[in-house]
Design a protein around this ligand. Sequence first.
Ligand code: DAT
Ligand code: MG
Length: 151
Amino acid sequence: MERTLVLVKPDGVQRGLIGEVIGRLENRGLRLVAAKFIQVSQELAETHYAIHKGKPFYNGLIEYITSAPVMAMAWEGPNAVAAIRQTMGATRPTEAAPGSIRHDFALEVGRNLTHASDSVENGEIEVALWFSPAELVDWKRDSDRWIFEKG
Ligand code: DAT
Ligand code: MG
């Protein structure tokens, strides 16, 4: 079972799209593990986006993610990383597949609404960065056996 970090970034929160993102992930069959609505600190933003340090868009990215509250969540499921990246759509909204969130609700790469971990390894790392072990809820849904082929 893979785990991934999902953020509804400040533009998604301001535009009232938290419910839309959660609804799409629930509909897909993914299982919510943790959620919190927070103002991101400079330190967390810099750690989360450390890989982009030095790139021309880095300063703008840090400013954007710390500009207003975000909805941070951990979701799990079989192939959760690939499934959630697909539901979010490509980084550039104009390259995102029709039906994806970034296609359906965004226009610009610097206002692309959501974050989702890009690999299984980064899913583990990012969930651990954003959530303490006590915040991660270990639970089963009654519907799991109708969505997950193996428990
Ligand atoms: P993703 O969010 O799809 O994982 P990424 O990790 O490559 O994309 O980049 C992180 C964020 O940085 C992305 O969601 C938006 C911003 N970004 C990436 N490339 C950019 C660019 N060329 N210009 C402006 N912002 C960019
Ligand atoms: Mg990324």
